[in-house]
Design a protein around this ligand. Structure first.
Ligand SMILES: Nc1nc2c([nH]c(=O)n2[C@H]2C[C@H](O)[C@@H](COP(=O)(O)OP(=O)(O)OP(=O)(O)O)O2)c(=O)[nH]1
Length: 161
């Protein structure tokens, strides 16, 4: 959903047999980084249907039973001006249909939970993704200047699951 500079987005982490499915993003913002599967919610979609569509488009799988794990806010500044604000809903999926395949946007790769390549990921991920993968819900607010992290706040959502 694009309200000018405000975006509603999704991120899905598929976890199965002690591994998490990440993508290596091939283009756009964050290209070259490993990330969960996701993108912008489009007009007429709800957040869950967008999360499912992005999984199908990016890696050809359909997640089952998405569990909502939290909300992240990414505020990107250019000097003192807000360039864009991204509200990102994070989900876990413990099962899926289909077989992960590469697309023009993403290459899917499984990582052991202890082998997640945080130094090739967005800087904030190490502050909240371990909590999500330990089944904790999170709320995070991050400020960036030209997409370099300058401020962070992370909370576990209480009551937890
Ligand atoms: N893990 C993580 N994900 C982030 C961070 N910042 C950020 O925008 N993302 C995610 C949220 C969205 O899932 C994704 C945005 O991807 P995108 O702009 O390519 O969206 P899209 O697939 O709809 O692409 P497009 O059609 O606009 O090209 O990146 C971050 O700091 N950490």
């Amino acid at each position: 959903m694009n309200y000018g500079m405000i975006f509603i987005e999704t991120l899905v982490y598929v976890v199965k047999e002690g591994k998490v499915l990440l993508i290596r993003k091939k283009r756009g913002l964050g290209a070259g980084y490993y990330n969960g599967i996701g993108g912008k919610v489009e007009d007429g979609e709800n957040v869950v249907s967008a999360a499912i569509r992005e999984c199908r488009e990016e890696v050809g799988i359909t997640p089952r039973n998405l569990e909502w794990m939290g909300l992240l806010e990414f505020w990107n500044y250019e000097d003192d001006r807000v360039e864009s604000v991204h509200f990102v809903h994070v989900f876990l999926a413990r099962d899926f249909d289909g077989t992960p395949r590469e697309s023009s946007e993403a290459e899917p790769i499984w990582f052991g939970i202890d082998e997640i390549p945080y130094n090739n990921m967005w800087e904030d991920d190490i502050m909240w993704l371990p909590k999500v993968l330990s089944d904790k819900r999170v709320y995070g607010r991050f400020e960036f200047d030209r997409w370099r992290l300058i401020k962070s706040e992370v909370y576990e959502v209480i009551p937890s699951k």
